[in-house]
Design a protein around this ligand. Structure first.
Ligand code: ADP
Ligand code: MG
Length: 231
């Protein structure tokens, strides 16, 4: 059985890509066989954040030039990665994202799908193809309202809202925000990831923060979240 999990949010910049990468690596280091899949065709960031050169991408698979096998890369952390083309301009592809995801069944235990923000075509497809979706929110009123809408959207698309990753939480917020967001969205807060400047440092050296700064506050919470996820 392969389990598909989408990482989504209403607005951009909440930390979806950072969460997708670090949860995937943390799950891998717990012994799980994981594919990290970049379904954000408008601003793909996985290969960029990980400093990977990827001659074949998801875009080539969607356009029918390559088989999905040719677009799966092995990261040094042993994580498998399906990147999207960072230079591609918006385009309509003959092949559907949902059928590419179906082709991954049996190729890993868990597929973590990083999505574009909002509910564009690919994100709708990613959510509909996912067993569970994780909503990434920031501790602001706007982001929390957005998350409530995303929980409802995920449920209406037939996926399960696995919960919320509250990201960029400061010390003073950590006492009140997780409970407040849980009450407002009626969804469980899986993790409260602190604001951590090691994340920016890790991106600048093209490493997941859980590898480059394993004891940093954000890494500790990402690893706890992977253990708690019970996938
Ligand atoms: P999204 O994929 O939702 O658009 P990203 O994962 O690309 O967002 O993150 C956006 C920016 O926020 C990145 O530059 C990253 O360095 C920064 N960031 C994300 N999470 C944190 C955090 N917990 N602490 C500090 N900076 C963070
Ligand atoms: Mg992103």
């Amino acid at each position: 059985m392969t389990k598909f999990i989408s990482i989504v949010s209403g607005k951009g910049g909440t930390g979806k890509t950072v969460t997708a990468i670090n949860l995937a690596v943390a799950l891998k280091s717990l012994g799980r066989d994981v594919i990290l899949f970049d379904a954000n065709l408008s601003s793909p960031n996985i290969a960029l954040y990980l400093g990977m050169k990827t001659p074949s991408t998801l875009n080539d698979v969607l356009s029918g030039k390559r088989h999905i096998r040719e677009a799966i890369y092995l990261h040094p952390s042993s994580l498998k990665i399906v990147p999207a083309d960072i230079y591609a301009l918006g385009q309509n592809y003959p092949k559907k994202l949902s059928s590419v995801l179906l082709d991954l069944i049996g190729k890993a235990e868990i597929v973590i799908i990083d999505s574009a923000s909002g509910l564009g075509r690919e994100t709708l497809s990613a959510i509909s193809s996912s067993d569970e979706s994780i909503i990434v929110a920031n501790p602001t009123a706007a982001s929390i309202t957005d998350s409530y809408k995303m929980v409802k959207a995920v449920e209406s698309l037939g996926s399960t809202a696995a919960g919320i990753v509250l990201n960029r939480v400061t010390k003073s917020q950590s006492a009140v925000f997780p409970e407040a967001i849980q009450n407002y969205t009626q969804s469980h807060v899986i993790a409260a990831i602190p604001e951590d400047r090691n994340i920016e440092k890790s991106i600048s050296i093209s490493h997941p923060v859980v590898c480059s700064h394993p004891r940093s506050p954000a890494s500790v919470e990402f690893k706890k979240a992977a253990e708690l996820l019970n996938i």
